[in-house]
Ligand binder design. Structure first.
Ligand SMILES: [Ca+2]
Length: 262
């Protein structure tokens, strides 16, 4: 009996995951080639971010998006950055897709997808009931390993996604964490960074603030009530978190101020 319980327990433990894969958005359009620190070519996409308007975006292999140029930096940095790079860190760590794992992205104005995005946004932002998105940009890191993973870590994979939604003046970012099995190098001292950087060296918002445990458990956390699903409004001076059930306990915004949400 004890063995049976142990087996069941192990299966339950291994089944822990974040947002269901079928609840992620489609991104099956452009596939980035195998790369260590490469980026997509320029993608023309109008997106308001931290009181600025950008008309280009890049998907970078190491778990981030940038607006003005490709960005190869593989070592996650504390936010705000000191180098004037506006950046969305979905899961900033040293991804390596040279032998396995894929990074996909897709820009769409498909009406069904826009309706789905509108429903997602208006479910959590009370003042956005009239919001009519005009485009959705999705990037997905699918079963990606990290650079020089050794030992047991060689089989660990992460699957996560960012969905950008905008009507041209108001904009939102959804983070979807389906499976997070690694969050740093073997020593776990360098950990993934998740958040938003305005690029003015002053304004930023960091989702995971404290330690390795925070970021390795992102798939079970949320600001929407759905494990592994976060939504933020990102067009203004400050980042606004979704008003759903707060499963994530710690946030950080604007330098080092931190606050607990419920
Ligand atoms: Ca890399």
């Amino acid at each position: 009996m004890a063995v049976f319980i142990l087996i069941v327990s192990l299966k339950l433990m291994s089944a822990v995951s974040g947002i269901d894969f079928e609840d992620m958005y489609p991104s099956d359009d452009q596939l980035m080639g195998p790369t260590l620190d490469g980026s997509s070519p320029v993608i023309f996409f109008n997106f308001p971010f931290f009181n600025n308007f950008y008309d280009t975006i890049y998907v970078n292999n190491n778990g981030h998006l940038t607006f003005n140029s490709q960005y190869w930096q593989y070592i996650p940095q504390s936010l705000p950055l000191s180098d004037n790079t506006p950046l969305i860190a979905v899961f900033w760590m040293d991804v390596d897709t040279r032998s396995t794992g894929q990074v996909w992205y897709k820009l769409s104005n498909d009406s069904a997808l826009l309706s789905r995005a509108k429903a997602d946004i208006t479910a959590y932002f009370d003042l956005q009931t009239s919001f009519q998105p005009t485009s959705v940009f999705t990037a997905t890191w699918l079963d990606v390993p990290y650079w020089q993973a050794a030992g047991d870590d060689r089989t660990k994979r992460n699957t996560f996604q960012v969905v950008l939604v905008t009507d041209g003046s108001t904009s939102f970012a959804m983070f979807h964490y389906q499976k997070i099995e690694w969050a740093g190098y073997a020593n776990n001292i360098t950990k993934a960074v998740v958040g938003f950087n305005a690029g003015d060296t002053l304004n930023s918002f960091t989702v995971n603030n404290s330690d390795y445990t925070d970021v390795i458990n992102l798939e079970q956390r949320s600001n929407t009530g759905v494990p592994g699903k976060f939504i933020f409004r990102v067009d203004g001076t400050t980042i606004e978190a979704a008003s759903g059930s707060e499963l994530t306990k710690q946030y950080c915004c604007h330098d080092q101020c931190s606050r607990f949400l419920k």
